[in-house]
Design a protein around this ligand. Structure first.
Ligand code: GLC
Length: 436
């Protein structure tokens, strides 16, 4: 049995590339793209099996072009992507030998995960697979009275028997397939645990051991244990299946995340860019690049990652309405990516006008508000050698010592408007002694 320090160390090493990557893409795709009301539609509208099965017959993503997706992701600056191999509806986007409810048996006629893996890998993007622990299609997943199940209130299910261990075997077998048949998988994203459906109910210890035996370097999320239960990733002594990173959803923590012992914990905020994970046909207003960049800088400044979600439509396309935001984010990152990738929390507190990020002796000031002509950097006098505008490498004037504020550094803003309205990045070289 390893002691906590050893497992902490091992986890830190395992997650290094992940925490340097900072920016990932989530892809929620399944039969639910046909109704187009999000991936929980079957639950929310209590849709019985017979009314949901037409979507399986209909599903025909004729415009699915994973290479196009991968190019779009790459151009947006994405470093890793996590796609739903199976969401709660139970439909498998991969060619599993343990079910007929899979994409190869639809009009799509192919393994959609295989295409994703190949195309994204070819662009140098790391690969993650999302697998739902919950399954609304499997006969042995609890129906009646289960909090999540679409048929939870149907009388016909009241006396229904389930062989739950048989479902657990199915889950284990499918995870084994996913981690065997697609080459190197970088991330396994299990979702999610609740009430008594948690931990050993999934045989989580064995599941994680299997995953690590098939993919020794794999990074696993923290959702094999329900919220609020002991042994999770932020505890002083996480359980062996607590996972490698904390996964807040639709929020960004207000501080860098630490465990109960105050040690840094890898984390990733997952966020939608509209108000759905799965495709929402009436929800096609997406947040802009300005907000995506700011979320990314925010997570980076707290040592965390940002996973932005796309919900492709039933034809197999990324909604065209989201593309401008992705493209503009990519353009910004092309010029300013050095202030994000490989960067983390700075040695200086959050400034008034924006954020700091830092990598070694490079300190990046993300300026959101111009304010008056001299921009002030509290406590930086004597600690910075020079200042450059990151987007073009041009020199900025550091104001010589101000007798009224002897501890602070100032940059003379020679431009009336900030050159980049999204986020103008000033790169400082720190003098020795300030290096991380
Ligand atoms: C939730 C939802 C799910 C979504 C996930 C993303 O757990 O059940 O639909 O996939 O969050 O974090």
């Amino acid at each position: 049995m390893q002691n906590t320090d050893d497992s902490y160390q091992i986890r830190s090493e395992r997650t290094r590339w992940f925490m340097e990557s900072r920016f990932g893409m989530f892809i929620h795709w399944g039969l639910y793209s046909v109704p187009g009301r999000g991936e929980w539609v079957r639950n929310r509208e209590n849709i019985p099996d017979e009314d949901y099965s037409p979507y399986f017959k209909e599903f025909d993503p004729v415009r699915y072009d994973p290479r196009e997706w991968a190019r779009t992701a790459k151009a947006a600056g994405i470093k890793y992507a996590v796609m739903t191999a199976k969401h709660h509806e139970g439909f498998c986007l991969f060619d599993s030998q343990y079910t007929d409810y899979k994409s190869t048996n639809t009009k799509a006629g192919k393994d959609l995960i295989a295409g994703f893996v190949e195309a994204f890998r070819a662009e140098g993007i790391r690969i993650g697979l999302y697998y739902s622990l919950i399954d609304w299609n499997h006969p042995d997943y609890p129906h009646y009275g289960d909090k999540t199940h679409p048929e939870r209130e149907m009388e016909k299910n009241r006396d229904r028997k389930h062989d739950f261990p048989r479902y657990v075997e199915y889950l284990h077998n499918q995870v084994r397939e996913l981690l065997t048949n697609y080459g190197k998988i970088d991330i396994m994203w299990f979702d999610f645990s609740y009430d008594v459906m948690t931990g050993e109910k999934w045989e989580a210890d064995r599941l994680v051991k299997t995953a690590r035996s098939l993919q020794p370097d794999i990074i696993i999320d923290d959702r094999l244990i329900a919220n609020g239960l002991p042994g999770r990733v932020l505890e002083a002594e996480p359980l062996p299946y607590a996972g490698d990173f904390f996964s807040p959803e639709q929020i960004i923590p207000s501080e860098a995340v630490t465990d109960r012992l105050g040690r840094a914990v890898p984390w990733e905020s997952c966020v939608t860019l509209n108000n759905h994970w799965g495709y929402g046909s009436k929800d096609l207003r997406y947040t802009g690049a300005e907000n995506i960049v700011k979320m990314l800088v925010n997570t980076t400044s707290k040592n965390g990652n940002l996973l932005i979600n796309i919900g492709p439509n039933a034809k197999g396309e990324f909604p065209e309405e989201v593309l401008p935001s992705l493209e503009k984010t990519g353009k910004w990152l092309k010029k300013n990516g050095e202030s994000v990738f490989g960067c983390g929390k700075a040695d200086f507190p959050k400034p008034e006008w924006g954020r700091y990020t830092q990598r070694g002796n490079k300190l990046y000031a993300h300026v959101y508000e111009r304010g008056p002509a001299q921009l002030r950097f509290d406590g930086l006098m004597g600690k910075v050698k020079n200042a450059r505008l990151l987007r073009d490498g041009s020199e900025l004037d550091l104001v010589k010592w101000r007798v009224d504020y002897p501890d602070d550094a100032f940059v003379d803003l020679v431009f009336t408007d900030l050159p980049d309205e999204t986020d103008t990045v000033i790169e400082f070289e720190l003098t020795k002694g300030e290096q991380q």
